[in-house]
Design a protein around this ligand. Sequence first.
Ligand SMILES: *Cc1c(COP(=O)(O)O)cnc(C)c1O
Length: 385
Amino acid sequence: MKHNTNDPEWGIETIAIHAGQQPDPHTGAVTVPVYQTSTYEQDAVGQDRGYEYSRTGNPTRDALETSIASLEGGDFGRAFASGMAAEDTILRLLNPGDHVVMGNDAYGGTFRLISKVLTRFNIDWTAVNFANPTEIEEAITGNTRMLWTETPSNPLLSVVDIEMLAALAHANGAWCVVDNTFATPYLQQPLSLGADFVVHSATKYLGGHSDVVGGFIAMNSAELDENIGFLQNAIGAIPAPWDCYLLLRGIKTLPVRMDRHCENAEKIVDFLTTHKKVDEVLYPGLESHQTYKVAEKQMKKYGGMVSFTVKGGGEEARKIVGHTKVFTLAESLGAVESLIEVPAAMTHLSAEGSPLEVDDSLIRLSVGIETADDLLNDLDQALSY
Ligand SMILES: *Cc1c(COP(=O)(O)O)cnc(C)c1O
């Protein structure tokens, strides 16, 4: 879907509310209607009014595609049933014999898809530390077609220099794919830094309310959009109109939610860095974090995700997360409510023994938008349970 409806002067808050979400031309409805239909009447054989079948196109999905593409500063966007469906669709641009280089702290599902599914189709991969350009260069082979990154990464929250990665990809005839789920377009816009594809789990901050699963791809190239659009229709991993509506509803408040996520996360980081039970705090905005310089250059603020290790190891970490009352013990992230988890035993359990394995004393927080003091008090009492 080409986004062509927003004023180039608009700020991101205006884009979040208006791009793709103009009043309905037929009725004036201020909210984009849920076009819950599978098919469309044709005026004569082969003469449709822009839509023929909802796998191929649906007005509610079009609105979502315009909305997120606009937020990413991209000319094109395609919506999917989940983040993994979006990732799978991009990866199907590859052919047998091709090679992917990814960060060694990629999302577990990305790692599983590439290492356990795509390898069956003779697509090869290497996972390296993306904070180190030399390691990336050494991993690139004559068959490398994609450099795949997530920044900030999960759960170590290290930041990858997108401009550097895109330049490296293009110098080697490869595409640069950036998973922008953690940062959101409010904090960074990878296409403007040279990325070819931005991929999202819209399930997280874009939706923002833990009530919908969705995915997205944003691009600037008409040719790539055509290829992705062909695959979107051919594979059919599209989101339902109702889910598109929920995402559109969530997106309207993305900028204000992100501001509060960041503000609360910063307060929690301050609290944790001086706590005697805490070993190390990982947050992109901490000057002590190894990738701080890149984060400062690349991100507007530093996000709502905070990780930290506790003294006493994995057993202690599990006890602490069992004692919170405001933070909910759960996987996932990016919604209004605060979540807490132990990656080694939950989100990253399948990474055991792989390059993605994480320290079992690591706790990951998805900081929500509740009253900051309630979050601080909750962590304080859980840490001294
Ligand atoms: C959740 C997540 C995904 C996968 O998205 P789903 O919507 O769960 O399919 C991909 N990347 C990141 C960074 C995620 O957090």
